[in-house]
Design a protein around this ligand. Structure first.
Ligand SMILES: Nc1ncnc2c1ncn2[C@@H]1O[C@H](COP(=O)(O)OP(=O)(O)OP(=O)(O)O)[C@@H](O)[C@H]1O
Ligand code: SF4
Ligand SMILES: [Mg+2]
Length: 348
């Protein structure tokens, strides 16, 4: 039988069994009112308004679950993902992981948490150190946790096998790989410590279309076999539908709808979700001809000067007077666990 990271002994001698199916149990990850404000760029010597890249994100993720995070470019998906793994410090809000508040843990106290919480980046060639060998890149998270170098190298070889590469690739450098192969190295690195949650930030969008499906299939297989939870950040709503259990839709730094993927895709409650989904091509040409396209007016507003009230109101076909003044909370709507931030959600 192939070795799997979940059965690898960890640096402290323990091993991790796949997380059980925990529907209804306390979430593995719980994010409340998460905010990230960047200083605005100075223009002509004058300070610009701060950018509220993430403006109060709430979401939960259960052990072993895959949550898709979607939304237009610039809505704050990557900033959210980076805060969850503490690569970026939140301005405010809380991140609980495994029931523990990790928002303000020191780097030293974060170290043991990091083995459970890993990230795969969008562009493997930009995110893997070009001067390091693949062996070193994959072994690094293990070395940080205290695994001796020979054992870490042996595990790197097993991990390469697990992601469909070969042990003879160990001494190569990232530029000697295609994009798809390099992303497999990035995935092997993220799996090295047998994590419980991986944040995958658009893991295939920098790859050739021809290899995207292979890498998505690999992630899906590993996630299933290893019982990982996955926060899958993506532009491609068709991939999210295939891979994820639930989906969260972001707009202008906030989650505007979250729920079971079938509920959200088949009966979107928020007008923005409806518009996003109406642009996804349908495989059946007859259905494609029949369906209604909802065109959004203009570009998304800048997070440096967000609109008052509901951030979507300047583009929303359903906007009323109250939408310009009152920000809608992310309230329960329809089936259990389904929430939407809209004063007039569709409930049919
Ligand atoms: N370091 C930074 N300094 C200033 N502004 C930033 C910084 N990082 C991100 N932003 C801004 O924050 C907002 C959210 O960016 P983010 O990269 O999180 O969006 P995204 O949803 O991941 O977009 P994409 O789909 O293009 O990857 C954008 O307006 C972006 O310009
Ligand atoms: S709150 Fe109003 S503007 Fe915002 S999405 Fe709902 S209907 Fe549209
Ligand atoms: Mg991004």
């Amino acid at each position: 039988m192939k070795p799997t990271p979940s059965t690898f002994p960890r640096p402290d001698g323990s091993s991790r069994e796949p997380d059980p199916d925990t529907a209804g149990a306390a979430p593995l990850l719980s994010v409340r009112d998460l905010v990230k404000t960047f200083p605005g760029r100075r223009t002509l010597g004058r300070p610009a308004a701060p950018v509220r890249a993430v403006d109060g994100v709430d979401l939960d993720l259960a052990a072993g679950e895959t949550l898709g995070l979607v939304g237009e470019s610039g809505c704050g998906k990557s900033t959210t993902g980076r805060m969850l793994v503490r690569l970026l410090e939140p301005t405010s809000g809380t991140v609980e992981f495994g029931g523990r508040d990790i928002t303000r843990l020191s780097q030293r106290r974060m170290r043991p948490v990091r083995r459970d919480l890993q990230i795969v980046f969008q562009d493997p060639h930009a995110s893997l150190n070009p001067r390091q060998t693949v062996a070193r890149i994959i072994a690094e998270p293990l070395l940080v946790q205290g695994t001796p170098a020979p054992a870490a190298r042996a595990r790197a070889a097993e991990l390469l096998d697990l992601v469909g590469l070969r042990a003879e690739h160990l001494d190569r450098h990232p530029h000697q790989f295609s994009g798809g192969q390099a992303q497999r190295v990035g995935i092997a690195r993220a799996l090295a410590t047998a994590p419980r949650l991986i944040v995958a930030d658009e893991p295939v969008s920098a790859l050739d279309v021809s290899v995207q499906a292979q890498v998505v299939n690999l992630m899906e297989r590993l996630r299933r076999e290893l019982g990982l939870a996955l926060l899958f950040i993506a532009h491609d709503l068709s991939v999210v539908r295939r891979v994820c259990d639930r989906v969260a839709v972001m707009y202008l730094g906030r989650v505007v709808e979250i729920g079971d993927k079938h509920e959200v895709y088949d009966r979107p409650a928020h007008p923005y979700t409806r518009a996003l989904l109406s642009a996804v091509p349908l495989p059946d040409p007859a259905a494609e001809r029949r369906r209604e396209r909802i065109l959004l007016l203009g570009d998304p507003p800048s997070p440096a000067s967000p609109p008052s009230g509901c951030g979507f109101h300047p583009r929303c076909p359903k906007a009323q007077a109250v939408c310009r003044t009152e920000r809608p909370p992310l309230d329960a709507v329809g089936a259990a666990g389904r929430r939407a931030a809209c004063h007039f959600p569709e409930t049919g």
